[in-house]
Design a protein around this ligand. Structure first.
Ligand code: NDP
Length: 442
């Protein structure tokens, strides 16, 4: 059942999310990244909407070719090059891996080769920049708005296709969720794990590639643009490239672990994931680098070191918290967390067919400090990216505002789900670990 608040939020997002992305990118293109100047111009009658629209670059044949080539190349890497990284990189889990059990009891197999795709793509990028010179490394920045139209075409096409597919040829009919509300179903998705053939998994492909592989390339393209415009790359741009590069590499290094996160385990595939991965992620997660092309901030060394430390500590907390839960769950509690046997609460839940299962919720390590300390680390890292841009404009701070809303909402959504799953055991757990994100505060 869809409540009015969810429906209102969904309608708002469907109508305004594409406009928000356009507004941010257009303000950089036409207003040096000022978010207020376009509004002032419009409100004072200095400019009309049509003036702004007419100055916006249109879809070009060149951008369409670049984008089509990019997506086709990522599909090729995803589908046809089995993983070799797990054979030569100690500790890396890749190749064929199993996902979590779906509500209908299906266990999907996935070819985990994202790290390999990321490496091949980046080796080719650097080989082109320093040796082949097929195209300029500023290519992404130079076609940024025409590429936005292409990303939208793909985002809408894939979400609409997923909707039609769930009615006419679902991969697993028992894992479909119909609410009967068209907008909700389109946004949140009907099919759980839509696939084409045995290996083309929509969620794994669109969540990770082409968007997240592109993330680091987009930042490199911004750095190249700074070099072209100002003859140097600022320390702030290097920081953004390094900190976000670590985050992206971490994602691919842990792609197999990612199969057990909320996105893959609980979310259905609709516009939220399809359009979000194609448009929202590559365009709004990279705003800091884009801003630094227009405002090349050179940070004082002490500030740069402070931001680097904040980013690295945030990353450490994010990674270690996720690692502690993963280790705890994989070993069923038979492990050491900070040198000691972990403490936990035994809990049980009932599946739809009435079978009783047992599980454990850890109450020590970072999981004893707060119930979502992994999100706290993620937020510290997000703040570090934004701080690299100084305080002249609010645009680069969009990321931390968005991540705070996303992760707080996720936290509430997850706790609601856990409460329905574990009942009174979840209450015992929240009594043992009373804070969500910041110990002593929230
Ligand atoms: P979590 O990894 O926090 O997983 C939550 C689940 O873990 C719960 O549903 C519950 O599942 C289990 N769990 C909760 N508490 C405990 C406990 N104390 N001990 C053992 N298991 C517990 O959430 P996500 O999947 O959302 O996040 C994964 C990571 O991805 C996070 O670090 C997050 O910051 C990051 N992320 C980044 C985003 C981005 O856009 N940059 C977007 C979303 C996430 P069960 O039913 O199995 O008990």
């Amino acid at each position: 059942e869809v409540d009015w608040f969810s429906l209102a939020s969904i309608l708002f997002l469907l109508m305004f999310a594409p406009l928000i992305v356009y507004y941010f990118i257009m303000s950089c293109d036409q207003y040096q990244c000022s978010l207020t100047d376009p509004l002032i111009d419009l409100l004072t009658g200095n400019k009309h909407l049509s003036d702004i629209w007419n100055k916006t670059p249109t879809l070009t044949y060149r951008a369409a070719s670049i984008y089509a080539l990019w997506v086709a190349f990522q599909m090729l890497l995803y589908l046809f090059i089995p993983d070799f990284c797990h054979k030569c990189l100690p500790g890396y889990v890749g190749g064929v891996q199993e996902g979590a059990v779906t509500p209908a009891g299906v266990v999907n197999k996935y070819e985990i080769n994202g790290l390999q795709a990321w490496i091949i793509t980046h080796v080719l990028w650097f080989a082109n920049a320093y040796y082949f010179h097929w195209f300029s490394p500023t290519i992404i920045f130079d076609n940024w708005i025409p590429l936005l139209w292409c990303a939208n075409v793909l985002g809408y096409a894939v979400s609409t296709f997923a909707m039609i597919k769930s009615y006419f040829f679902p991969t697993n009919a028992e894992d479909c969720k119909f609410t009967g509300n068209f907008f909700y179903d389109y946004m949140m998705g009907i099919e759980f794990n839509p696939r084409i053939g045995k290996w083309f998994d929509f969620k794994l492909f669109f969540n990770g590639r082409p968007g997240i592989v592109a993330w680091t390339l987009i930042n490199l393209s911004y750095a190249a643009k700074q070099q072209e415009l100002y003859g140097q790359v600022t320390n702030s741009m290097i920081l953004v490239n390094v900190l976000q590069g670590i985050y992206v590499l971490d994602f691919f290094w842990n792609e197999a672990w990612y199969l057990k996160t909320i996105d893959i385990c609980h979310d259905h595939f609709g516009w939220y994931l399809g359009w979000g991965d194609c448009v929202w992620l590559p365009y709004l997660y990279t705003l800091q680098g884009l801003y630094l092309v227009y405002h090349p901030v050179q940070l004082y060394t002490a500030n740069a070191i402070g931001i680097l430390m904040l980013g690295l500590i945030g990353y450490y907390i994010f990674r270690m918290t996720n690692h502690q839960k993963d280790l705890f769950r994989r070993t069923n509690g038979n492990c050491k967390i900070w040198g000691k046997k972990p403490e936990y609460i035994e809990c049980s839940y009932m599946s739809v067919d009435g079978t009783k299962y047992y599980s454990k919720l850890m109450t020590s390590g970072f999981w004893g400090w707060a119930r979502h300390f992994n999100y706290t680390g993620d937020l510290m890292g997000s703040l570090a990216y934004c701080l690299t841009c100084g305080f002249e404009h609010i645009l680069p701070y969009f990321y931390i505002v968005y991540m705070t809303i996303l992760l707080t909402h996720r936290c509430i959504r997850d706790e609601h789900r856990c409460f329905s799953k574990y009942g009174k055991d979840w209450k015992r757990y929240t009594a043992a670990v009373p804070y969500r994100l910041i110990p002593g505060i929230f």
